[in-house]
Design a protein around this ligand. Structure first.
Ligand code: FMN
Length: 414
């Protein structure tokens, strides 16, 4: 049988395109509409996606949010609560939520995810993040964002404590955390919830190689994706792990339609909805620089101080700006659209061709699909691209097992 790719449905309120909420077919109050999320979950499950994925940051995503209007990108459910509701509306699809190692404690978080795992019959996953946002940090004490290396050292110990608890072990006594008892729950139906990670810096990759079952990444070109894939798989032997123990799933932001012309038109319509201030604000956050506005928008990126935020994302933006000679405004539009992820615009055949090339070229084990706006673009992927992948034998037509680990072809942990 042909090897089959894994697919995640990355849910995010109105959609992944930065201007999704301005699209006439988007649902502007999606963030707190449970019916909206239930419909998306059912679509993803009917299409046999491996998992639904929810990102998170415990804070506002932009300045001057009008909470009362309920239309901001910043407004949305806390994702583990949301997935608990979706768990009882679905029966097979995996449920992965983000949670921060900087603003939680291992015992509480291990307990929450193991509960989600039990109540979904073994379908839960935790996307471990160290949280790079200053805005988020300000909600958890006045000290501000901790240095990158300190966040990752805490994350390493946090993950060790959580996986110990999930394996039924008692006690953890370390630098940052102390836990006395085991959890008040039995082992997970899938052995342990699935561990997901998306760190791309050197320490981030090491942590993934040591602990992750699934890794998300942002890679624009085949070469970037392949280099990341080989590097991460190459780091695993040092931790006594096989390359296949991690599934690497880069983000992909497809815009798909029956014809290429229609897909291009759909994409241009979205790009034209991006306001300059939104684009530049997002670019600034990737670059960890607050005064990008002071530089002429039609000029090149200035030289930047080294980031304590998302080091890998900063490097990606800088490289692209130098490679393609883009102005600040052009870069802002480019990155704002797909937020630094890989974009494919075309027909189902063209999208499937591109996914197949990265999958078979050894640059990905699957993809985290980031629809531009919901529900329309998830529907388009499910009804156009998934059947094309199935025709090629590249994606399942039915779930093989009941748990997220089974879908992903991961070993049950001892
Ligand atoms: C698909 C994807 C989803 C992510 N989701 C979140 C998230 O929900 N919350 C968060 O704080 N960071 C998120 N990140 C950021 C990563 O956790 C990480 O901070 C970033 O990739 C930079 O890694 P580095 O600090 O190791 O360079 C995500 C990254 C990717 C590629």
């Amino acid at each position: 049988m042909t090897a089959q790719m894994k697919l995640g449905a990355f849910l995010w309120a109105t959609g992944h395109h930065i201007a999704a909420w301005r699209h006439p077919k988007a649902h502007v109050k999606a963030g707190i509409d449970i019916d909206h999320y239930m419909a998306l979950a059912r679509t993803a499950e009917a299409a046999k996606f491996d998992m639904i994925f929810c990102e998170d940051a415990a804070g506002l995503r932009e300045a001057n949010v009008d909470i009362a209007s309920q239309t901001s990108r910043s407004i949305g459910f806390e994702p583990i609560s949301l997935l608990s509701a979706l768990a009882v509306q679905t029966s097979r699809i995996g449920l992965v939520s983000t949670a921060s190692t900087s603003y939680n404690e291992p015992y509480g978080l291990a307990r929450t995810f193991l509960s989600l795992d039990h109540l979904s019959g073994g379908r839960a996953g935790w996307n471990l993040v160290t949280s790079a946002s200053q805005i988020e940090a300000a909600n958890f004490g006045a000290a501000g964002l901790k240095p990158h290396a300190d966040r990752y050292e805490r994350a390493r110990e946090f993950a060790e404590a959580v996986t110990g608890l999930w394996r039924g072990k008692a006690g953890h006594d370390g630098q940052s955390f102390s836990v006395r008892d085991p959890l008040d729950l039995p082992r997970s139906p899938q052995g342990a919830p699935v561990m997901v990670q998306a760190g791309a810096s050197d320490v981030g990759r090491d942590l993934a190689a040591r602990t992750a079952d699934v890794v998300f990444t942002a890679a624009q070109t085949f070469e970037e994706a392949k280099a990341f894939y080989d590097d991460l798989k190459g780091r695993m032997a040092a931790y006594g792990r096989e390359p296949d123990d991690i599934k690497i799933m880069p983000g992909v932001a497809p815009v798909v339609a029956e014809t290429e012309a229609e897909a291009r038109e759909k994409f241009e319509e979205l790009q034209e909805l991006i306001p300059d201030d939104v684009g530049v604000a997002l670019l600034s956050s990737y670059l960890s620089i607050s005064d990008l506005w002071r530089h002429p928008l039609d000029g090149p990126l200035p030289d930047l101080p080294e980031s304590e935020g998302m080091k890998s994302r900063q490097a990606l933006v800088v490289e692209q700006s130098r490679r393609d000679g883009l102005s600040i405004r052009q870069l802002a539009r480019h990155f704002a659209g797909a937020r630094g992820h890989w974009r494919i615009v075309g027909t189902a055949v063209q999208v499937a061709d591109e996914l197949q090339a990265r999958f078979e070229g050894g640059a990905a084990d699957g993809f985290n699909v980031m629809p531009s706006y919901f529900p329309g673009e998830l529907d388009a992927f499910a009804t156009l691209v998934v059947p094309e992948l199935q025709r090629r034998g590249l994606f399942r037509k039915a779930y093989e097992g009941a748990t997220l680990r089974a879908h992903l072809g991961l070993r049950r942990p001892s």
